[in-house]
Design a protein around this ligand. Structure first.
Ligand SMILES: Cc1cc2nc3c(=O)[nH]c(=O)nc-3n(C[C@H](O)[C@H](O)[C@H](O)COP(=O)(O)OP(=O)(O)OC[C@H]3O[C@@H](n4cnc5c(N)ncnc54)[C@H](O)[C@@H]3O)c2cc1C
Length: 500
């Protein structure tokens, strides 16, 4: 197997694949002068991208403009966003939609000419490009299909990156683990792109797929990269109330289409919390639901979709309708859906500049793993797919810049030594003390418990991937708690009862 590359991309969601496709459009690649390797821990389609429902935001409709989208993004983010980045991403958004269409993504249309744009919580205009309620799948399928046309890229599936070192000569050494054959090897590269997605598995209930164990943040922090705002975790207000860690997401586009939140008595309650009612930003809706749950007997509230036009349910929300029936035998056109807020999105992550480069030269972070400044203290709905593709494009000039060092093949490194970690215990601690509502005392308890766990854990005799992920979860959880302890005010998704 080839061992040295110009660029290694880790991850096959919208972040990783759009980086690869933009690279494939450069002269260097077309001239055969860019050696690229794509590494993913599952199969190419096993990503969170594949599960995105609502869509991707971009100004297009008559009456909408960049200023409005910029303002909505800043309001949701509590004005701690990086305004220059917000402007750069939002002004680029329409051309990025063109790129997605060019790569084969089909968005829903109202008629032959006009695209059918939806409105979601926090957006003042209809600007969400979607494909029914399976937009992520439409994007993922198109990107994977486009990838098939590239014949000079090395693709390693079922392979996890479990360690990264930076060599004195400015190139990276990766230890990769073959999850099927349970063997490891070394790969070297000049530039490394981490597009490893989110960290949902830190919590006991999340909309994220199992792969979201924070690996990119763990690997980057071990290299000494700056990690920023990890405690800005967005909880989705409407996860289906059911057993298991991965909670099926009931898209907020349903609230945009007229669905109403009701408590156990069937009473609407959002008017008590925000003038924007069901269309208030996610953090406000999540906290309102937590408050309602704490003053009633049921551990969930309801989303009433019986008011939504049946034709709209069938046309725009076929997957939600089907999943509610499959999972809990519920007819959403006749019955209320039981829901609870669940972990959904990491607004913080590895700090990057406007080109997606981290504080370590040559190391890039693209997609949910990165903290770009776009979201500030809270992500506006449908701005995350946008952020991922935007930074994939912004990164190209720096990624293709010539570096003076050439990649060498160094001596083989052994697998890292891991500790025996109980992942479930971390998830319980994080959900109890570092969830939607935090307190100073709760964060101290969480930090002590996890630090003790780390200190006292025994060394694992043999490497296994489950424990690598558990180690990653533990390290990232500790970083998140430390970040929460350093916050001095409540902003956006961050809420500590002891702060104002
Ligand atoms: C249910 C759901 C609905 C959503 N709906 C929307 C929406 O409507 N609009 C919107 O804008 N956003 C939405 N989001 C958020 C959005 O989907 C994600 O933020 C985005 O898809 C993340 O893309 P990504 O490329 O960063 O990572 P992902 O798509 O999660 O891909 C991560 C990749 O990294 C790989 N990986 C991870 N660790 C390693 C490792 N150690 N070694 C090798 N490979 C590794 C994985 O195999 C995978 O290929 C939703 C998220 C969820 C979960």
């Amino acid at each position: 197997m080839k061992k040295s590359f110009d660029i290694v991309i880790v991850g096959s969601g919208i972040g990783g694949l759009s980086t690869l496709l933009y690279l494939s459009e450069t002269h260097l690649f077309k001239q055969g002068k860019l050696d690229i390797c794509l590494i993913v821990k599952g199969s190419l389609n096993e990503t969170n991208t594949n599960w995105a429902q609502g869509g991707i935001a971009a100004v297009y409709a008559i009456g909408d403009d960049f200023e409005k989208h910029i303002s909505d993004t800043l309001v949701a983010g509590g004005f701690v966003n990086n305004k220059e980045i917000v402007e750069k991403v939002i002004c680029a958004a329409p051309s990025l939609i063109d790129d997605l269409i060019q790569w084969g993504t089909q968005f829903d249309k109202k008629n032959l000419q006009e695209f059918d744009l939806a409105k979601e919580g926090g957006h003042s205009e209809s600007r969400i490009w979607h494909k029914e309620d399976q937009t992520g799948k439409a994007i993922q399928d198109a990107l994977v299909t486009s990838l098939g046309a590239l014949n000079n890229v090395t693709i390693l599936e079922q392979t996890s990156v479990v360690n990264v070192t930076k060599h004195a000569d400015n190139f990276f050494g990766l230890i990769v683990y073959d999850n099927k054959n349970k063997s490891h090897s070394n790969i070297f590269c000049g530039k490394l792109v981490l597009a490893t997605g989110g960290l949902g598995m830190l919590y006991d209930k999340s909309t994220n797929q199992q792969l979201s164990t924070g690996d990119g943040i763990y690997l980057a922090s071990q290299l000494g990269a700056t990690i920023e705002n990890l405690s800005f975790i967005q909880f989705h207000p409407t996860g289906l109330y059911e057993n298991g860690q991965i909670s099926f997401l009931i898209s907020e586009a349903l609230r945009g289409a007229g669905a109403i939140l009701r408590n156990e008595h069937g009473d609407a309650f959002m008017h008590k919390y925000d003038d924007r009612l069901e269309l208030a930003p996610r953090d406000i809706v999540s906290r309102a639901i937590v408050a309602e749950i704490s003053s009633q007997n049921n551990p969930f509230v309801y989303l009433d979709t019986t008011q939504v036009n049946i034709a709209s349910l069938n046309t725009h929300f076929p997957t939600i309708k089907e999943e509610c029936m499959l999972r809990i035998g519920l007819h959403i056109e006749k019955e209320f859906i039981p829901i609870i807020p669940v972990q959904h999105y990491s607004c913080g992550g590895i700090k990057v500049d406007e080109f997606g480069e981290t504080t370590i030269a040559g190391l890039f972070a693209i997609g949910e793993v990165a903290c770009t400044g776009l979201h500030g203290a809270n992500r506006l709905a449908s701005n995350s797919l946008l952020e991922a593709i935007a930074f994939a494009k912004f990164a190209i000039p720096k990624l293709t810049q010539k570096s003076d060092t050439s990649v060498k093949i160094e001596k083989e490194e052994e697998l890292p030594i891991l500790k025996q970690i109980d992942k479930k215990f971390i998830q319980q601690i994080m959900s109890k003390y570092a969830g939607i509502i935090k307190s100073k005392e709760g964060l101290i308890v969480a930090f002590d418990q996890l630090s003790k766990m780390k200190e006292n854990a025994s060394v694992l005799p043999n490497f296994n991937i489950e424990n690598f992920e558990a180690n990653s979860i533990l390290e990232v959880a500790i970083l998140l708690i430390q970040d929460a302890q350093n916050k001095t005010t409540n902003k956006g998704v961050f809420y500590n009862i002891d702060l104002v």
